[in-house]
Structure formats: C-alpha cells, structure tokens
Design a binder for this molecule. Structure first.
Ligand code: NAD
Length: 505
C-alpha cells in the first residue's frame, strides 16, 4: 500500500488545496481521513481547505482564466492530450488507488481511469470542433453567425462512486472550452482527488501554460456551500444524490448561475416474453452487483413478463450464488465492500422495508463476518409502488416485479421520480421500437439488449426528471461549458431594421 502511495506521490498527510502544481496547507483546517472500505483502516489523510485558502484559489483561478481563455482552443486541446498521456502512464496505479479507497474491483478501478483517457482523447478532437452555425440574414449585406465563448470558472463537485472519471468528463471538456476548473471531490475519496491533481498538473508543468486545474477539499459541507453560492463560479457541475442536488440546484438558481445536475437513478430492465436470457441474465447481474450496486446507473428493478418470471428469478438466484465477494484488489473478486458502514445499514433497512411491505427477500442481504463494509447482494420480489422500491437505496438490492403487457411494463418503468437509465431485453423488433418511441422510456439513456450501466463516453450522459436533466461527456455536451453569442455584421452602407421596421428621424 505504501508503495502505491509513493508511486502516486502521496504521503501520510496530503495538502488538499491546489492551484495547478502548487499546494497550500492551512494547519488550522482539519484532516479528512481516507478509509479503506475493505479493512476499515486509515490509508492516509487529506487536509481540508480553509476559507482563506479558498479565497486565494478563486483569485488565482480568475487570473488564470484571463490567460487560459486567450489560448487557441486546439492548443488547449494539446494540453488535454498531455493529460491523457500522463493518465495512460499512471493507469494501473491510479486504478489501484480507486479500488483501495472506493472498494470497486480492480478491473472497474482501472476501467475508470480508462474512461478518463477516453474523454481526454475525445476532448482533444473536440477542441477543433467548437462549431457555431451561420445563418442567412433577412437584411441585405448582413452576415449572421453564432460563436461560442468560455464561461469562466467551472466548479465541479463529485460523488464518491466515480472518484476520478466524473472529474475528467467535466474538466477535460471544460478546459478545451477555455474554462478554468475548480474541483471539490467527495470527502470519502479525497485521496483520489489529490492523486489526479498531481498527475494532471505534473503533465503540464513544463508547458508554460496558466494553471487550469484547481482542487479544494471539505468534509463539513460549509465550504462546499460557499462554493455553490459563489457568483464567481459561472457553472456548477454537481454529481450526487437527488436530495443534495435539489439543494444545490435551488441555491445556484437563486444567484442566477448555471448548474449541471447529474443525480440519482432508479433504473429498470424490462425482460419481455421474447428476451434472450443468455444476454439478459449476465447484464442484470453486472448491472445490479457491479460496483456493489453503487452506480447511478445500477439496475435496481427488473420488470419481468409473467410467463418468464420463475425462469428469470431462478437464474438470478443461481448467478448471485456464484458472486465472489472479497478483497477488491484480488483479481478473482467480483464484488467488493460498500463505501461505509452506513451504506451496509441502508441495505439491511431496505430488506426490512421489503419484508414489512409483505415482500420476500429471496437471497442475500446478510453482513459478512469480517472487517470492512461487506454484505451479500440481495434480491427481493416486490411491487413497483412500494416506497422502498420508489427510492434509490445506494447498494446491492434488486427488485423483481412481474408484468402482463409491455405497456404495463413501460408505465411501471416510468413511474418513478428519477429518469436516468433504462433497458429492454427482447428479440422482437416491435417491442424494442415501442420502448424507444416517444411514449416509451422517459429516461436519458434507453438501451436494447444491453444493461442499464456501463455507458461509453461518446454519447451525452445524464437523465431526466429528478436525475436533474444535465448532460456530460460526449456528443454536444460541450455546449454546457460555453456561452453562445449571436453576432450580426452589417457590411453595407445602409441601416435596415429587422422585420421591415421603419424608424427614420
Ligand atoms: P452525495 O449527494 O452525498 O454527495 C455528493 C457530493 O456532494 C460530495 O462531494 C459531497 O461532499 C457533496 N455535498 C454534500 N452536501 C453538500 C452540500 N450541502 N452542498 C454542496 N455539496 C455537498 O452523494 P454520494 O453519496 O457521494 O454519491 C451517490 C449519489 O450520487 C447517488 O445518488 C448516485 O446515483 C449519484 N450519482 C449520480 C451520477 C450521475 O451521473 N447521474 C453519477 C454518480 C453518482
């Protein structure tokens, strides 16, 4: 473990406030202990950011923005290319740190760093494609077009469950758009934040560029709320629970700022009477047990046609029995610990709520008798309208719900307040298209014969309703990080007014 920390330039106590490569540490601010969820032991600590340090960060970031925003976008893209290369070099070590601090299995930890590399590559290309439209003016000798300018300071607050990739989705795209980034990671994965800050800024150290990547830390939420309320933060990109996101969205709206919300999900897979179970069962198991059920896109509900209910239930119980739970650094492990003891208690409470509603836990939901936050993944037979099924329990509990007709299944799939990810398993074209139609799934992501989790960066990622409506990563998500300016140039010698308005003096 110490070797890994050394490899990433981390110590026992790490400064948590960074302007590019330059760290500060105000010893009056407390320490955040990074806890290994597999053992309960402290890995290392990160110093919180004090209010005085925060003001210095903002002042430095504003000065940097004046310089960074003047650099041509393809040159900013080249800086992101260097970041992608540095992440390639540190892929395994950073991936191992993600596993150590977050508890997701090794291949998922490394996969998260791969996702950072992918978005960096994408951003490099995008830096030459910040296209605006041109329009034909209704007035003679006039030219009309739109151009995109950077916003300024972009604040990113991230959740524990994707401790590095979500930063990259935001920071790489925001940077090529000409913005300066300030990141506040989750206090549950603060060490990952420091490691990323160091890798990224070391890659740019000799490039004679202004600082574009800043880091603050806060485990009290006092500073986080200051950050949210700060009008100097032009865009606040928030990833986390619906409850906190609702507060963040309201506060940023109150100051007329821009917000990008990526919040909780309550994702369903529909298995119809024509589904190929050789595809559906592994997709459901990865979707519900992967990352120990702690993905925003985790499969939480499976809506199963009555005719296949017993078959699917039995296959899932058999598959769950084969899940190897243990040390996430061991390559044979398929499910690691949950992030903290409270998360284990929440899964137990969800199992109790199922029983109290008259449902049945058909497997799992039992704590493991070992240190760390381990619980066996649970499956329940449930009803869609139960309160517990309607809410996101951020852990491995899966609800099986029977249906009669596809319309009933789609109605149930949509009858939750969240709208992130959804999927159907079917070999019948009509059912797939019905699910994808305007009156089908109401989610930001709708898949056919692919599970709800494991999105690629090329598409725009995000969800509807209480998931917040934000879109990040690929497609045209870059537009959220820029302001659009419509420009009309008169190159003639007259001053005609639009709509033929006459205003002659
Ligand atoms: P959380 O809401 O508890 O915390 C998220 C972040 O908000 C953390 O950095 C936390 O320190 C910060 N925070 C907490 N209170 C705050 C406040 N008052 N003001 C400002 N910041 C505050 O979420 P979590 O437990 O870290 O993550 C799990 C949740 O995130 C789940 O609901 C999951 O679905 C969601 N999530 C969504 C996406 C997505 O893209 N839609 C991705 C990952 C996670």
């Amino acid at each position: 473990m110490n070797d890994l920390l050394r490899q990433l330039g981390l110590g026992a106590i790490n400064p948590g406030t960074w302007c590019g490569n330059e760290a500060t540490e105000d010893k009056t601010a407390g320490l955040i202990d990074s806890i290994n969820p597999t053992t309960g032991e402290v890995i290392a600590s990160v110093r919180n950011t004090s209010k005085a340090e925060y003001e210095r960060v903002i002042a430095r970031a504003e000065a940097s923005f004046a310089a960074w925003s003047r650099i041509p976008a393809p040159v900013r893209g080249n800086a992101v290319r260097l970041i992608g290369n540095a992440l390639r070099e540190h892929r395994d070590a950073l991936g191992a740190l993600v596993t150590l601090e977050n508890g997701k299995i090794r291949s998922e930890g490394v996969g998260e760093v791969q996702e950072m590399i992918d978005i960096a590559d994408f951003a490099v290309g995008q830096s030459r494609m910040l296209y605006g439209n041109t329009m034909h003016s209704e007035r003679p000798q006039h030219r009309m077009y739109e151009q995109w300018h950077p916003l300024g300071l972009v604040g990113t607050i991230t959740a524990f469950n994707f401790p590095v990739a979500v930063w990259a989705w935001n920071a790489c795209i925001a940077a090529i758009c000409g913005n300066v980034n300030i990141w506040k990671p989750s206090p549950k994965t603060a060490l990952c934040g420091v490691a990323v800050q160091k890798i990224v800024n070391a890659a740019l150290a000799n490039e004679n560029l202004p600082d574009a990547f800043f880091l603050i830390n806060d485990d009290s939420n006092e500073l986080a709320e200051m950050f949210v309320d700060d009008p100097r933060i032009r865009l606040l990109s928030f990833t986390g629970s619906c409850a906190v996101g609702r507060q963040v969205g309201t506060r940023v709206a109150a100051r007329m700022g821009r917000v990008l919300l990526e919040l909780g999900g309550n994702n369903a897979i529909i298995v119809d009477e024509f589904a190929n179970l050789d595809l559906a069962i592994p997709a459901i198991v990865f979707g519900s047990v992967g990352t120990a059920g702690q993905r925003c896109t985790t499969t939480r509900r499976v809506l199963i046609h009555q005719s296949r209910f017993a078959e699917v239930r039995n296959a899932l119980v058999r598959a769950y029995g084969q899940i190897r739970i243990g040390d996430p650094l061991d390559s044979r492990t398929l499910m690691g610990p949950l992030i903290d003891p409270a998360s284990v208690s929440r899964v137990e409470a969800a199992c109790d709520a199922v029983r109290a509603s008259g449902g049945e836990i058909i497997c799992g939901g039992e704590r493991l008798d070992r240190p760390g936050n381990f619980i066996t993944p649970a499956i329940a037979v449930a009803k869609n309208d139960w309160d517990i099924v309607q809410s996101e329990t951020f852990g491995p509990i899966l609800y099986l719900i029977p249906f009669d007709t596809l319309d009933d299944a789609i109605a149930m799939q949509n009858a939750v307040v969240q709208g992130l990810s959804s999927a159907i398993f079917t070999d019948r074209l009509q059912n797939a298209e019905r699910f994808l139609s305007a009156t089908g799934s109401d989610c930001g992501i709708a898949n056919v014969n692919i599970g709800t989790s494991g999105a690629e960066i090329g598409g725009a990622f995000g969800g509807e309703k209480e998931t917040g409506g934000g879109r990040e990563a690929g497609s045209d998500a870059w537009k959220a990080y820029m302001r659009r300016q419509t420009t009309t140039i008169n190159w003639g010698t007259d001053l005609p007014l639009a709509q033929g308005v006459n205003f002659t003096l």
